[in-house]
Design a binder for this molecule. Structure first.
Ligand code: SF4
Length: 461
């Protein structure tokens, strides 16, 4: 994924490199054979199941006829991060889950792998650009600041840049890409692949400033004065904590913080040992599966309710079990055990009813590492920076469902800060829709909301 070379400064031998790709890139013959199985359905259910409404039968048909560049354009015009989405989307519950082959108990079309094949092949180094961004007279060329460098902002910025506007992403970290870079399970997507995609988006004309935190390095007022519009695309904040005795200290970590250090940090010489992960969502399952694959002696998920109440995907939980992860339900940690030096050696677990510990049922579970995956804080401070931007009762930014506009006419928002934490593909859809809405606001598009699904978004290369 690199028509533009990305300068990557990631530590050698970091842990994620030990976890190879579960679904490697198809070869040309494999892709064509799989594409030829597609029935190119009318009113295809797979399109309806895609949050970005990619025209799946069309892109697959183009692969089958050898038009891989055309296939990639069909995908990227609708979902500019179609490469990473091909690799990280839970296709089992989206497009693949709705493929008509499912009804006949046949193998569904491997839509994600075909999407990866088209986008990765057509954008690899040496390929000519797929898109030619528009040029605009300076009076028509707008300037948009995008807060946060994750999928929502990358999507919004890319569609603006392709239409000839100046899109400037402000990212507080050293690396952009958001969750794609810091949080995706490595057997789905490695950080360097996410960063190559960021570099490809930049090659479309998107500007990226890293180490810039709104509210710290630049104030909201200054952005509103300098830019024609502002897009808020920040993700979620720090991992929530359990609030039980002796939690604070080495060996008890937030799950997203651990995953990020596994993906981006220098490798540790300490073996993983016995791991306990607390939580029932996809982050908990991801950390458990990653630890199991990295050779942890044993991995246990502790969840406070029944298995049916877990918010993680069933297919991911099934994979975790296959990989040796033990799942203990109706159980909660009520304390941690540390030696005199503070080293963790166990967790005190109580049985739970309705998610609450039952007194007198406590027992000890030996472990060396605990990952806490019970949610993340919302980044609420951004609302205070931008007048008119309001939060709902859950701390999410309130927007109009269609335009993604906040209470401030110049400010739009999308992704996790609006939906509380969904998939990458939902963030991409929000960013794209906000870009459309901005251009409509500037009188540069007259398409209706319905028609925008067919909007091509870019001049053909
Ligand atoms: Fe092809 Fe399945 Fe989509 Fe039909 S539902 S167009 S068979 S991928």
């Amino acid at each position: 994924m690199s028509q533009i070379a990305a300068k990557l400064d990631l530590p050698e031998g970091r842990l994620e490199t030990k976890l190879p790709d579960d679904k490697p890139l198809y070869g040309a013959a494999e892709a064509r054979a799989e594409a030829e199985r597609c029935l190119y359905c009318v009113d295809a259910p797979c399109i309806k199941a895609c949050p970005t409404s990619i025209d799946i039968p069309t892109f697959i048909q183009k692969i089958a006829t050898g038009n891989v560049r055309g296939s990639a354009r069909t995908i990227l015009e609708q979902n500019i991060l179609g490469y990473s989405c091909a690799r990280v989307c839970p296709v089992e519950v989206l497009c693949v889950g709705d493929c008509v082959y499912q009804e006949w108990h046949g193998a569904p079309i491997a839509i994600g792998r075909l999407q990866r094949y088209a986008t990765e092949t057509a954008t690899r180094a040496g390929e000519p650009p797929l898109f030619t961004p528009k040029t605009r007279a300076s009076a028509e060329r707008k300037k948009v600041a995008l807060i946060g460098g994750g999928p929502a902002s990358l999507s919004c910025a890319a569609y603006l840049a392709l239409e000839g506007h100046r899109a400037v992403i402000l990212e507080k970290r050293a690396l952009a890409g958001g969750l794609n870079t810091t949080g995706i399970a490595p057997y789905k997507l490695h950080a360097e692949d996410a960063l190559h995609e960021v570099a490809w988006v930049r090659s479309l004309g998107v500007e990226l400033q890293t180490g810039v935190e709104v509210g710290v390095n630049v104030k909201g007022d200054a952005l509103l004065a300098e830019y024609d519009a502002v897009f808020i695309g920040v993700g979620l904040g720090a991992d929530a904590t359990l609030g039980v005795p002796d939690e604070s200290g080495p060996g008890v970590v937030g799950a997203t913080a651990w995953i990020e250090s596994m993906k981006l940090g220098a490798p540790s010489a300490t073996p993983l040992g016995r791991v306990v992960v607390v939580g029932g969502g996809n982050t908990a399952i991801d950390m458990a599966r990653e630890c199991a694959r990295l050779g942890a002696r044993e991995v246990t998920i502790l969840y406070r309710r029944d298995a049916e109440a877990m918010s993680g995907y069933e297919h991911e939980l099934a994979h975790a079990r296959e990989e040796g992860v033990r799942v203990v339900v109706n159980a909660v940690p009520v304390g941690f055990m540390r030696d005199g030096g503070g080293t963790l050696f166990g967790v005190i677990v109580a049985e739970a009813a309705n998610g609450r510990p039952i007194l007198g049922t406590e027992h000890r579970l030996a472990c060396d590492l605990v990952g806490v995956a019970i949610g993340q804080a919302k980044v609420q401070s951004i609302a205070g920076e931008l007048p008119g931007v309001a939060l709902d009762a859950k701390g999410c930014v309130q927007v109009d469902a269609t335009t993604k506009r906040t209470g401030n006419r110049k400010v739009y928002a999308g992704g996790d800060c609006v939906n509380g934490g969904k998939e990458v593909v939902n963030a991409v859809a929000d960013g794209r829709d906000a870009a459309h809405a901005m251009m409509l606001e500037w009188g540069q598009r007259t398409v209706t909301t319905k028609a925008k699904l067919a909007w091509t978004g870019a001049a053909r290369g």
